[in-house]
Ligand binder design. Sequence first.
Ligand SMILES: *[C@@H]1O[C@H](CO)[C@@H](O)[C@H](O)[C@H]1NC(C)=O
Ligand SMILES: CC(=O)N[C@H]1CO[C@H](CO)[C@@H](O)[C@@H]1O
Length: 360
Amino acid sequence: MAIIGTIMAVPAIFAFYCAWVVAMLLRPFFVFVLACLLWNAPFTMLKMRMVADTFLYMFLCKDKKFKNPSDRGAFLSSLPSSSKKTIVFVRHGESCWNDTFNAGERKKLDFIKGFIPGLIKSFYYEVYLALSGKVDSWFYDSPLSHYGISQIDALARYLSKGPSSSSEQEVFDLLNGSPGCPKTSVLCSSNLRRALSTVCIGFRDRLASNPDEKIVVHPSLQEISRNPDTLSITPPGQQVNASWIEKASLPQIQPILTSRVDMTHHIGNKPLSSNGGTRMASFCTFAFSRPEECVICGGHSLWFRSFFRAYLPEASGHISKKKKMVNGGTVMFDLYKVKNGGGWEYVIDEKTMKVVYGGF
Ligand SMILES: *[C@@H]1O[C@H](CO)[C@@H](O)[C@H](O)[C@H]1NC(C)=O
Ligand SMILES: CC(=O)N[C@H]1CO[C@H](CO)[C@@H](O)[C@@H]1O
């Protein structure tokens, strides 16, 4: 009997010693993690607030709960007597978030096979950024991925190559801010990092040849969604920092982010009380408050599609109402400001819609 007891006891003792060894081995690791978090205490607090915000917005954000304005078709007859702005939408390149969560141009099977490794990779980066005390994130205000940067590099090369026919000259002159261009224009961007980097990279030649020009960040352009990739990491009024990806592969972007971006309108992340409808309306007011005739905006696919759904006439069956713009896609149109009683209405003239690059 005693022998059986001894044999039974062995696994328990063995398990106990194993657990003890593992705990001893892991202890330096836990101490290290704790030390890192305490060493970067202000950053750790910031990161904890980001996690809290992520859940807050997921449960309480009503960004997609808004009514579109009345049928824009009713105002079409007033367009000839109304003022207008030319608007250009430029969708950002692929972000790290989408690298993890959306198939994009990958085959479905490849995407599924790569999903778990991709998720592990992104969490690994998130932990690395957290422990090294960087105000940066894979998920939160998700930055351009390597692939996203290459997509916008292609847009920049397309713009600097110039038009293939003389009829397009005017469009290229406008986008490139060429000296002879009859129309004035301003570069704008959403307050999210991937949109701003898209404008910095896509319009790098324009920025280089117009050294006094600034990119105006406007919070109305912040993406319509409750996901953490659409929350802004940049505190009010501060300049944006390049992501760890850009720091490594595109260091020339930081001087642009630091000295060529006007952040005075950036009053921080979208408030919980905001929604897509109020931000789109505030964008229209902003666009018409600008002295320039054309407003070029770096922004986001759901925001852009919502804008077309809201400001094209109901009868319009334009593709922009159904499909999202592709990464790097560049679309141009005229937006009109029509007087209606005591107020103003904004209307897109469908006839002026024009794909400059990429499309839907
Ligand atoms: C950018 O980086 C600097 C230096 O690390 C830091 O002081 C600043 O708070 C950062 N700004 C933002 C908006 O993260
Ligand atoms: C951060 C980002 O790029 N988000 C987009 C990822 O793709 C989905 C679906 O195509 C969009 O809804 C997101 O806006």
